[in-house]
Design a protein around this ligand. Structure first.
Ligand SMILES: Nc1ncnc2c1ncn2[C@@H]1O[C@H](COP(=O)(O)OP(=O)(O)OP(=O)(O)O)[C@@H](O)[C@H]1O
Length: 224
C-alpha cells in the first residue's frame, strides 16, 4: 500500500536520511524507533504525502507521490488514519463532533452516526461524548484522537508517539486498541521512543521494528 524505495529527505540543505526502503503491506504492524530528531515524524509525513521526497520514490497504492495532484492526495489520505504527536481538537466542539470531523469534511457525515456510538464505546469514551476536548485527560485525548483517525475506516494507521505523555496503564490500553485494529486487517505503523511499549507489543503481535539512526533505516529485533 505504501512503499519507499531509496527515499531521502532533508531540510534546508541538511540531509536527514537517505536510501530508505520499506513497505507497509495490508495487515502489517511496524514500530519506528530511533533517537529524537532522527526523522521519524518526517518519515510519517512522507507516508501520507504531507511531504514529497526529492530523492527516491514513495508510492501510495501504486501511485508515485510526486506525481499526485491534490485530489489524488486527498483520495489516498482517506485510506490513511493519522494520530499526531500533538493532538489538535476544535475546543468549542464536543468530543463526538471532533471525532466525526474527518467525515464532516469529506461530506460523508451520514456514514458516521451508525459507527460513532460503537467507536466511542470501543475507545472507552462513551460517557465523554458530550464533553469539550479541554475537559479530557491526556489518555482520553489520545483515545479520542485514535477514534478520529479510524472513523473513516482507513486501511493504514500511522501513529506518532501516541503514548508520549501517558502512564504505563494508559499506554497499554492504547496499544491494545492498535493491536485490535491490526487484527481487523489494518496496517499499523507506530513511531515511538518507548522501548518498553515495543517489548510489550511483542507479546501481542508479530511486529517489525525499524530503527532510524544516522540517516539510515535498519531492522531491529532481538536487541530490544
Ligand atoms: N519544517 C522543518 N523545517 C526545518 N527542520 C525541520 C522541520 N521539521 C523537522 N525538522 C528537523 O528535522 C529533524 C527531524 O525531525 P523529526 O520531527 O522528523 O524527528 P523525530 O525523529 O520525529 O523527532 P522526535 O522523536 O523528537 O519527535 C529535526 O532536527 C528537526 O528539527
Amino acid at each position: 500500500m505504501i512503499e519507499f524505495q531509496g527515499v531521502g529527505y532533508g531540510y534546508g540543505g541538511r540531509r536527514l536520511f537517505s536510501g530508505l526502503s520499506m513497505s507497509l503491506a495490508p495487515g502489517s504492524f511496524h514500530f519506528l524507533t530511533g533517537p529524537s530528531g532522527a526523522g521519524k515524524t518526517t518519515l510519517l509525513k512522507l507516508c501520507y504525502a504531507e511531504l514529497r521526497a526529492p530523492e527516491g520514490r514513495v508510492t501510495l497504492w501504486g501511485q508515485d507521490a510526486r506525481a499526485m495532484d491534490r485530489d489524488a492526495v486527498a483520495m489516498a489520505r482517506r485510506r490513511i488514519g493519522v494520530v499526531h504527536q500533538e493532538t489538535q481538537f476544535l475546543d468549542h466542539l464536543p468530543v463526538a463532533e471532533n471525532i466525526l470531523l474527518p467525515l464532516t469534511v469529506a461530506g460523508r457525515l451520514a456514514e458516521g452516526h451508525g459507527n460513532l456510538r460503537e467507536l466511542l464505546a470501543w475507545v472507552g469514551l462513551a460517557s465523554q461524548a458530550g464533553q469539550l476536548p479541554p475537559e479530557l485527560s491526556g489518555g482520553e485525548r489520545q483515545r479520542a484522537a485514535l477514534a478520529r483517525a479510524v472513523i473513516t475506516s482507513p486501511e493504514v494507521i500511522l501513529a506518532d508517539e501516541p503514548t508520549g505523555n501517558l502512564d504505563w496503564e494508559m499506554s497499554q490500553r492504547l496499544l491494545t486498541l492498535l493491536v485490535e485494529l491490526n487484527r481487523m486487517g489494518k496496517a499499523v505503523l507506530i513511531a515511538t521512543h518507548d522501548l518498553n511499549l515495543i517489548r510489550a507489543a511483542k507479546q501481542q503481535v508479530g511486529a517489525r521494528i525499524l530503527r532510524l539512526r544516522d540517516g539510515r533505516l535498519q531492522a531491529a529485533g532481538a536487541d530490544l
